[in-house]
Design a protein around this ligand. Sequence first.
Ligand code: ADP
Ligand code: ASP
Ligand code: MG
Length: 408
Amino acid sequence: MSLVVQKYGGSSVADPARIQKVAGRVAATRRKGHSLVVVVSALGDTTDDLLRLSRQISKNPSRRELDMLMSTGEQISVALLAMALHETGCDAISFTGGQVGIRTDSAYTRARILNINTDRIRRELEKKRVVIVAGFQGVSPQREITTLGRGGSDLTAVALAKALSADACEIYTDVEGIFTTDPRIAKDARKIGRISYEEMLELASSGAQVMQSRSIEVAGKFNIPIHVRSSFSDKQGTWIVKEDRSMEEVLIRGVSLNKSEAKLTVNGLPNRPGVAAAIFRALARDGINVDMIIQNIGKLTDTAISFTVPKGESDHALKSIGALRGRLGFRDVSLDSNIAKVSVVGIGMRSHAGVAAAMFEALGKNRINIEMISTSEIKISCVVKKGDGEKAARILHEEFRLGKKGGR
Ligand code: ADP
Ligand code: ASP
Ligand code: MG
């Protein structure tokens, strides 16, 4: 008998009918004799709704209280799924993250899992119950409720699969797997059969929300194969696995788009050593995540530095940099929220030249201006105007022949 961890995302449990469908699938897996741990996200857009609600009360709510609020979403869905399973005659019990020993650090809204004490889950599994765990949450050493960052139920599932040495980790969502780009952007996007952890991590961290990037880090570190598949069909989905030779044959695996970052530019910075250090030290101290950075070629006396941060952190970043003005003597800081980042990802890039040239040419030919560029060994990203983002993603998807007509 094997132990299976299944995770169902928000869209898979958006309403009572869908919860009943999930219950049917879980009960069927259970009938096959598998032990089952089921991780569930909040119903539909509940987490966004809760965040909106908090903003009506406070512009800058305490992170502790945000976690207290957001964690309630998943508590609703686990209880409802347990009830739906009871209706099918399947024994099941629901738990919060804290109840099943998911211990995290105290970094509210983006906590890291420290360890999982699996005793309670194992005891319940021995009683032949389906164990349902609230995704996205844990408990800190001070017994405070924490959440694991947006999309964090994926991480709950992967971390439980590791802690329980599960035989399978299945992520059920509203698409049939990982596609060459977001199927909402390109109708001809293709389902990928197998993708390496490294490629999935780059796609996820550059905007493909289908998997949370930290969950892929953990899966890669412990070599846990993940099967991403649809909760609405029985079709094989995408396997996220360790890289193998055959994967290098594909130059570009996918294209991603991120519209949730903003660009800040510090203008009129004195061109002297230590200036960049002062800026990014201040941002780090304030816990602001910086993504791309470019420094303009310095003129004799002054220079400019631009960088991107998640939109939700841009006001905080403005404040943090503004406080340095007296010390550094720069002219001003500007904010541009009207940007999108488009990225192409593939491990084949390591051994092929010319991807950057092809990418820039394709964008140029279509009169899309590139504002920033960054590269890694297997990824090239360009910042463009927000209004050009989807078009840019479609153009690159076509340029690298990733669509159904691409014939790969
Ligand atoms: P869940 O609620 O199941 O966690 P998410 O909304 O977090 O689901 O992720 C699924 C969505 O991710 C899909 O509906 C799809 O629009 C989007 N997505 C973005 N990039 C990709 C991609 N490369 N392949 C598949 N889906 C993608
Ligand atoms: N409900 C949380 C979110 O929307 C966690 C998740 O869905 O994975 O981010
Ligand atoms: Mg998700």
